[in-house]
Design a protein around this ligand. Structure first.
Ligand SMILES: Nc1ncnc2c1ncn2[C@@H]1O[C@H](COP(=O)(O)OP(=O)(O)O)[C@@H](O)[C@H]1O
Ligand SMILES: [Mg+2]
Length: 236
């Protein structure tokens, strides 16, 4: 594990540009963005729909490749990792909660949560046990054996959160992790995320529209039209 004393940032985005589309339909979604995230931070990313939040965190997680600029995670330039090495780096160090959950339909809640552990070579039984414990912390103990289609949106969201945390990642990235949750379940998820980030060698990045959870942030960054709004210039 990389220690915060190393002077490295948990995440460092330098001049990050991302375009989508081809020819005349080509548009720039992120316009040269610079952002450092320190260990111990719970950085919340807010801004209107379509401003580039999901694109930015997908670049941070190595799920998208920048058009130009770079992302270093835990001191490693993601562009220096190719193919299997990137997949393995990501599965060891990053937890990611997708906006649309991205659960595997054929697997139960416990099996879905166990996936990151199995990818790291943890044995099947131990992976199932640890997955079930994480789900129980999110008050999902009654739903361990259900498949995603048998669960509500809020329950699926908690499975997605459990899956992002189960392998104890150093960097946790969540896209609207409380959007489908009522106040109580949202609070529970945020307390877990706070606990994760309480460790000085971890960082949590949360995209949100949910004002109820903003008090959990140590820093809020406003994004507008693919740019970071300088401090003191935001409208909210
Ligand atoms: N794969 C894609 N292809 C084309 N355009 C995309 C793609 N992904 C995102 N975009 C566009 O990029 C912009 C930012 O999207 P996104 O990062 O999802 O915003 P947010 O998460 O802030 O709502 C939007 O205009 C969206 O339509
Ligand atoms: Mg989004």
């Amino acid at each position: 594990m990389i220690s915060p004393e190393s002077g490295l940032k948990a995440v460092q985005c330098v001049d990050l540009v991302r375009d989508f589309g081809e020819g005349p339909a080509r548009t720039t979604v992120l316009h040269g963005l610079n952002l450092d995230i320190a260990f111990g931070e719970r950085l919340f990313l807010v801004g209107p729909s379509g401003c580039g939040k999901t694109t930015l965190i997908s670049l941070m997680a190595g799920l998208l490749i920048p058009t130009s600029g770079s992302v270093a995670l835990l001191g490693t330039d993601l562009a220096s990792l190719a193919g299997d090495r990137l997949v393995s780096f990501r599965s060891r160090h990053i937890g990611f909660v997708f906006q649309q959950f991205n659960l595997i339909p054929a697997l139960t809640a416990t099996e879905n949560v166990a996936v990151p552990l199995l990818l790291q070579g943890v044995g099947y039984r131990e992976a199932q046990t640890r997955a079930a414990q994480m789900l129980e912390r999110l008050e999902m103990g009654k739903h361990l054996h259900k498949q995603p289609v048998q669960m509500s949106g809020g329950q699926q969201q908690r499975v997605a959160v459990a899956r992002s945390l189960v392998h104890d990642p150093q960097v946790l990235i969540c896209d609207e992790p409380t959007a489908s949750l009522d106040a109580q379940a949202g609070q529970l998820v945020m307390e877990l995320l706070q606990e994760v980030a309480a460790s000085p060698s971890r960082a949590v990045i949360v995209v949100t529209h949910d004002n109820r959870i903003l008090p959990f942030a140590t820093r809020v960054v406003h994004l507008s039209d693919g740019r970071i709004v300088p401090d003191g210039h935001s409208s909210s």
